[in-house]
Design a protein around this ligand. Sequence first.
Ligand code: NIG
Ligand code: FE
Length: 415
Amino acid sequence: MTDKLLIMNAAQVITMKGHSDRPAIQGEMAELDIIENGAVYIEDGKIAAVGPTDEISSNYSSNQRIDASGKVVTPGLIDPHTHLVHAGTRENEYAMRLNGKTYMEIMESGGGIHATTRATQKASHEMLYEQSKKRLDQFLLHGVTTVEAKSGYGLTLEHEIKQLEVAHQLHRDHPVDLISTFMGAHAIPMAEKGDPDPFVDRVIHEMIPEVAKRKLATFNDVFCERGVFTPEQSRRILEAGKQHGLMPKIHADEIEPYEGAELAASVGAVSADHLLKASEKGIKALAEGGVVGVLLPGTAFFLMAEFAEARKMIEAGIPIALSTDANPGSSPTISLPFIMNLGCLKMGMTPEEVLSATTINAAHAIGCAREAGSLEIGKKADVTIFNVPNYLTLSYQYGMNHVDTVIKSGKPVVI
Ligand code: NIG
Ligand code: FE
């Protein structure tokens, strides 16, 4: 029998329709397309109809119904930037930072990304899988149905591949969809600090070709930052990825202005992420290049840094997405709804814009806007139901988990 599910009587269905071909910019980010007393009809895991409850319930017969009275229905949330697969935690460094040490000082003395790399290298595939699965379960409980997941705590071919294989296994086993990014260029191994070129060469000649050959990643990312990878090294790495079919992404201008945004535009990156210190020129280049700006206010919050200038970027015409940056050092959270709260309260985004930034624009940031990110006929039936009477309450009652039900490819997975 065909699976036919009807979600009905929702106070508001937020469809986000109309932006599957290109990301929403400027005023388009406020176009939620709200249906009051709405319904979503799902057949065989796909969205088959969306509209007012009266109309949908009289036109379609279902064998399963969810009554969403008094609740808000949105597309399943999408997190377009996570470091999901890693071992261990770094609360010791949090305490050090509260005592005045900086993130970069900790990293330069062998902690930071290096500490998580040591833990991840030591962990078996099974251990990594178990730890990462727990985080993925939490994402789902917070309404997220697709996450991007980066490698970058292996820093050798063997361990980078281990991380990517864990991500693939989770994608197969878990309701949440994973989209993988290779990020071998996350840090220069401690032992090679003084002479980084051989490592850059290994990323280019050894890791990228093998990751691409095994089809373990869609994207290729690099941490372009003073003291990590220079813009020139980053360009070489991103161009090499392109040669092997890996689309470029970049951690850009996080701690200092370093022409990362300019580089993102010039290599045709799909997204430029962080952008706390992006220059005027960089902002203009991103807007002209149609590069999605993935902002990570959880990282600014947790590193006690200044927030990215979201308003300026939206006004300049950059399509903005939001993400947790979930990782053990600079943003140990999986709560995308809390990131939405920060988007409003700390970056001046509107409640409408943060919804767009965590659904359709987030989908564009990871190349899945044709299948996900909005409630439109033919798309995967990834749906989140929030126990709030209207979408404004999501950004108003902050720091709480309002998720009521999550439906993944037509199946209720959180009830
Ligand atoms: O996006 N900036 C570089 N990478 C991560 C942090 C990783 C870590 O500290 O473990 C980020 O913030
Ligand atoms: Fe990151």
